[in-house]
Every structure is written in C-alpha cells, then in structure tokens.
Design a protein around this ligand. Structure first.
Ligand SMILES: CC(C)(COP(=O)(O)OP(=O)(O)OC[C@H]1O[C@@H](n2cnc3c(N)ncnc32)[C@H](O)[C@@H]1OP(=O)(O)O)[C@@H](O)C(=O)NCCC(=O)NCCS
Length: 133
C-alpha cells in the first residue's frame, strides 16, 4: 500500500515536472536590437484558450514612437497559428490603450481582482488571412 502510494505520488510529480517544463518553454519572444543592445521585446504565447496572447511588450524609452511595437505585433501576426490575437493592458495605461486602437485591436472585456490593483483591459484582433503569394 505504502509503495503504491509512493509510485502514484511520483507519477504526479513527473507529470507536474513535464507540465512546468512545457509551460516554461511556451512563451515566445520577439526582440528588437540596436547597436548590439536589446531595445525592446514582446512576449506572447499560443496556448491561451487556443488563441495567441501577447503577455508583455516593452520598448526602451529612447526608442519609442519609432514603430517598433507596431513591427512586433506584425511579426506575431505573421507566425500566429490562429487568427485570434489577444493582448491586454492596465486600464491606467493610456499610451498602451491608444497603441492597441492604432494597431487595429478592439476592446474585448476585462479582468478584475488581479494583484496589480487595477483592471486589466483585454483587446482582440482578427488576423486577416495570409496571402499565398
Ligand atoms: C506601449 C509601447 C510598447 C509602445 O511602443 P512604441 O514602439 O513606442 O510604439 P509604436 O511606435 O510602434 O507606436 C504604434 C502606435 O501606438 C500609438 N502610440 C505609441 N506611443 C504613443 C504615445 N506616447 N502617445 C500616443 N500614442 C502612442 C500611436 O498610434 C502609434 O502609431 P503612430 O506613431 O503611427 O501614431 C511603449 O510605449 C512602452 O514600452 N511603454 C511601456 C511599457 C508598456 O506600457 N507596455 C504595454 C503594456 S504591456
């Protein structure tokens, strides 16, 4: 009985280890470099309710407003395995909200009760079909 319990518990541990390893490997990163330095990145995952979800985008202050975030989102659109692209930002982040609008996202609900203390706004964009040419 004790042995069976141990084996069962080891199976659970193994399963959890695989899950964590898989989860850790899932987020993808797009990086912008200038003069050998990273000046921005976008992280996304493709396992979010079977949709692509941009989890974080940051551009170094002195490289902002040069179209880097726009290019980041384009590159995610080009490789997304699904036409459903989601992104999000805090309700207090006026610049990011404006960026999402400018990039063709539409509001798609929100999440309350997060530890950050402010509402997280969700944005959705339907990626147009890729051309075959
Ligand atoms: C939000 C952020 C990623 C935008 O990056 P960026 O490379 O400067 O954005 P882009 O130059 O590609 O701008 C795309 C569009 O977003 C909008 N936008 C970007 N910055 C803006 C600003 N300061 N004010 C108003 N609109 C802005 C514009 O419509 C812009 O298009 P345009 O320049 O043709 O008018 C950047 O400001 C940043 O890193 N902020 C801090 C981190 C953050 O808030 N991340 C988002 C939440 S995860």
């Amino acid at each position: 009985m004790a042995l069976e319990q141990r084996v069962a518990s080891e199976r659970v541990t193994d399963a959890r280890a695989r899950y964590v390893a898989h989860g850790a490997a899932t987020p993808e990163l797009v990086v912008a470099e200038a003069d050998g330095q990273i000046v921005g990145f976008l992280a996304y995952r493709t396992d979010w309710f079977q949709c692509t979800f941009v989890t974080l985008v940051v551009v170094r202050e002195d490289y902002r407003r040069k179209g880097i975030a726009r290019e980041f989102y384009k590159s995610v659109e080009a490789v997304s395995p699904t036409p459903r692209l989601y992104s999000s930002t805090e309700e207090t982040n006026a610049v990011s909200i404006q960026m999402h609008r400018a990039l063709g996202f539409q509001p798609s609900g929100h999440i309350d009760n997060l530890p950050q203390g402010v509402r997280e706004l969700l944005f959705y964009k339907r990626i147009p079909p890729r051309s075959l040419g």
